[in-house]
Write a protein of this length. Structure first.
Length: 69
C-alpha cells in the first residue's frame, strides 16, 4: 500500500480524534456508572496513539525521501 505523506497525516489525525472520543467515553462511563470499565478500552487508549505516531513518522520519512529525489 503506497500512501502519500498527506494521506498518512490525515490517518494519524483521525486516529488521534478516535482516541480522544474513546477517552471521553471512558471518563463518562466511569463517572456515571458503578461498574468496572472493560479492560480492552484501556488497551485502545494505549495502542491508538502509538499507531498515530507510527503514521506521522512514516509521513515524515516519505516526505524527506521525496524531497531528496
Amino acid at each position: 500500500m503506497n500512501l502519500t505523506p498527506r494521506t498518512l497525516k490525515i490517518i494519524g489525525i483521525t486516529i488521534i480524534g478516535i482516541t480522544c472520543a474513546v477517552f471521553g467515553f471512558i471518563i463518562t462511563y466511569t463517572w456515571r456508572s458503578e461498574n468496572k470499565i472493560p479492560e480492552w478500552l484501556l488497551l485502545i487508549q494505549i495502542l491508538l496513539p502509538l499507531m498515530a505516531t507510527f503514521f506521522f513518522r512514516k509521513a515524515k520519512e516519505r516526505k524527506a525521501g521525496s524531497d531528496e529525489k
